[in-house]
Write a protein that binds this ligand. Sequence first.
Ligand SMILES: Cc1cc2nc3c(=O)[nH]c(=O)nc-3n(C[C@H](O)[C@H](O)[C@H](O)COP(=O)(O)O)c2cc1C
Length: 320
Amino acid sequence: MRIGNVELKNRVFLAPMAGVTDMPFRVLCKEQGCGLVYTEMVSAKGMHYLDEKSARLTLLDEKEKPGAVQIFGSEPEIMAEVTEKLNASDASIIDINMGCPAPKITKNGEGSALMKRPEQVGKIVSAVVGAANKPVTVKIRKGWDECSVNAVEIARIAEACGASAVTVHGRTREQYYSGKADWDIIRQVKRAVSIPVIGNGDVTGPAEAKRLLEETGCDAIMVGRGAQGNPWIFKQINRYLEEGVFTAQPTAGEKIDTIIRHMNMLIEHKGERTGILEMRSHIAWYIKGMRDASVTKQKIFKMNDKDEIISLLQDFLLHQ
Ligand SMILES: Cc1cc2nc3c(=O)[nH]c(=O)nc-3n(C[C@H](O)[C@H](O)[C@H](O)COP(=O)(O)O)c2cc1C
C-alpha cells in the first residue's frame, strides 16, 4: 500500500479524532499494527498565528512514523504557508480536513463547509500540493446534506489538483456521527478516481473491515470510534484480513495493564493534571462492557490522583 511515495505496511488506518488521537494513543495503535496514524486536526490559522498548542499537535513520535498531520482551514494562502512549515516536520503526509461538522469550524467556511464550495476545494488542494514536499491527501464526507451529495465531484477535484489519496466518510455533515454510514458513496468515489481511496465509517471489527473493502473496492480502511479504548482492533483486523482468523479479545488483566501504561504515557506527555483528566474518557472506553464498568467510571470521573485510579482499577480487576 502506497500513498504517493510513502510506503505503508498495511491498509488499516487510525482516523484523526480531535481529543482522542494524541501521540500516546497513536503510539499504542501503531504497536498493535496500525498502518497509518493521523494527528488530531490542527488549525492552519492557529499555526499561522504561531499558536503553540497548534504547533504541538503536529509533533510525531519516532515510533509512530510514517504518520499524517491533518490541517483545517479555508484560506489557500494560509494553508500553503502552513504546509511550508510542515515540510520540515516529521509528518510523511499532509491531510486536509473537509469533514468536520462542528459549527465553530463550519461557520468559518472550514471543515465540511468546504464541501459546499467545490471551487474553493480546488484552490486549497492546489495551494497545499504546490507548497508541499510530501504527499497531500484529503478527507471528505458524503456531502453537506442528502440534497447535496457531492463526494464524487469533490474527490475528482482533489485528484485533478494533485491529491495523492482521498478518504471518504460515508455520512453527510447533517448526520454528524449518527445513522449508518453509506458505503455505496465510497464505492462510487473509488470508481471515479485513480488515486487510492480510503473508506471510513462504522468499522468496529474485522468482519466489517473486510466487508467495507470488498463491497466498495476501496484501497484502505480507516477506523475511528471502533479504536477508542480498543487499540487491539488493528491487530485483529489485520490478522483477519491476512489469515481469516479471529483474534481473542485481550483479557481483563491485559486491558488494565494497557490502561495504566496509557495513563503513564499521557502524564509524561501532558503533565499529571491534564493527563489524568484526559485519561478518564479513555478508561471509560477501555472498560465499557466489563462488570461494574458504569459505577467504576463514575468513581474515576471524580478522581485526580494516579495512584488512587490504579488502586481502583486493581480492585475492579479482581471482580471480573
Ligand atoms: C471524537 C471525534 C473526533 C473527531 N475528530 C476528527 C478530526 O479531528 N478530523 C477528522 O477528519 N475527523 C474527525 N472525526 C471523524 C472521524 O475521523 C471519522 O471520520 C468518523 O468518526 C467516522 O468513522 P467511525 O464510524 O469509524 O467512527 C472525529 C470523530 C470523533 C468521534
